[in-house]
Design a protein around this ligand. Structure first.
Ligand code: HEC
Length: 171
């Protein structure tokens, strides 16, 4: 056999050493590489993607969603509050011909129609006034706002009470 082809591995011992090293060295390299990548501080876009603030901001549309329990006892909002939120835009200024808050002259004839008739106009709409029910407020809260408004115009309506729990459940 030719002597020029000198072999690198000459003994079984050397063979075992090479085989073992060929396993150990790549694994060591991989371990070191993983450590290196993991320890580099993450900067740039997406670097803080998993921070508490970032996660909270992402889930906010769902997490802040409030499920309303229809059976939960509800505290009715006061008439003045509802008036300010939903009626004052027109009735403070008299926009679109709305009878103004506190203007007894404008309210007198309307008040004489009576509580029920007025409430019907408010909930269902009348003339330039769109219907006021079905929005953010309960009908009874709208009624409270109406009492707040009409009493300022000279009426002596009584603020509607919250329905008894049994009555509320049966409807
Ligand atoms: C977009 C403007 C607008 C808003 C908002 C509005 N109103 Fe009116 N409201 C009017 C106008 C205009 C009239 C006069 C309607 C007519 O007689 O043709 C009116 C009339 C009324 C009347 C008299 C109804 C009648 O039968 O004569 C009451 C009571 C009343 N509003 C209460 C309320 C209450 C309570 C709210 C809030 C929950 C409210 N309005 C919100 C414009 C508005």
């Amino acid at each position: 056999m030719s002597e020029e082809h000198s072999q690198f591995i000459k003994t079984p011992r050397q063979l075992i050493t090479v085989v073992v090293l060929s396993f150990v060295v790549p694994i060591l390299l991989i371990v070191l590489l993983v450590k290196f990548v993991g320890s580099t501080p993450r900067t740039g876009a997406g670097g803080t993607a998993m921070s508490t603030e970032a996660v909270e901001a992402r889930i906010a549309p769902v997490a802040k969603f409030e499920l309303k329990d229809a059976n939960a006892p509800k505290t009715l909002r006061a008439g003045a509050e509802v008036y300010k939120a939903q009626c004052s835009a027109c009735h403070d200024s008299g926009a679109a011909g709305a009878p103004k808050f506190g203007d007894a002259g404008a309210w007198g004839a309307r008040i004489s129609a009576g509580y029920e008739a007025l409430l019907k106009s408010v909930l269902g709409g009348k003339g330039a006034m769109p219907k006021q029910s079905g929005g953010e407020f309960d009908d009874i809260e709208i009624a409270r706002a109406m009492v707040h408004l009409t009493n300022a115009g000279g009426a002596k309506f009584e603020e509607p009470k919250a329905p008894a729990p049994a009555a509320a459940a049966s409807k």
